[in-house]
Design a protein around this ligand. Structure first.
Ligand code: SF4
Length: 152
């Protein structure tokens, strides 16, 4: 039995085929086969002719501070609490503290008023919100039996 040796023409054919194949395989495929990541595509260098984009600056009205809760409560146009309101009656609310029935409410002392009560949210306004009567405004000169002096 004899082993045929490939002649030079066969070798050339094989090398030619391998050479063409290597030329047609993209580099990315080769690096993927070797387990390496392909380098990212290069980003175009910033052009000196193109100015950098301006950062967005919000308009002044967009950055206006929120009013403090006490100011917000004073600004709200709430309906005035009526002394005839059932809750107001049960708590002895009066629009003018000087008319408090001292016999019925012995806790009351002259000088006490909504405007110096810790629950009054009207600030220096003549009327304002009170957490005891949500959705209503009480008079700064008013009073009720829940009165609690502001901390000084
Ligand atoms: S809780 Fe204070 S602010 Fe509210 S009604 Fe009574 S006294 Fe006035």
């Amino acid at each position: 039995m004899s082993v045929e040796k490939p002649d030079n023409n066969d070798r050339r054919k094989v090398l030619k085929i391998l050479g063409y194949g290597a030329a047609t395989v993209p580099l990315a495929t080769l690096s993927a086969c070797s387990g390496e990541k392909a380098p990212p595509p290069a980003e175009p260098a910033p052009s000196a002719a193109e100015p950098a984009p301006e950062p967005e600056v919000p308009a002044a009205e967009e950055v206006a501070p929120e009013p403090a809760p006490a100011e917000a409560a004073a600004d709200v146009q709430l309906p005035l609490l009526s002394e005839d309101d059932p809750t107001a009656k049960s708590l002895g609310y009066v629009a003018d503290a000087s008319s408090v029935d001292a016999d019925k409410y012995p806790r009351y002392e002259a000088g006490q008023a909504c405007s110096n009560c810790a629950l009054y949210m009207g600030g220096d306004a003549p009327k304002g919100a009170c957490s005891i009567f949500p959705g209503k405004a009480v008079m700064g000169a008013g009073w009720c039996s829940v009165y609690a002096p502001k901390a000084t």
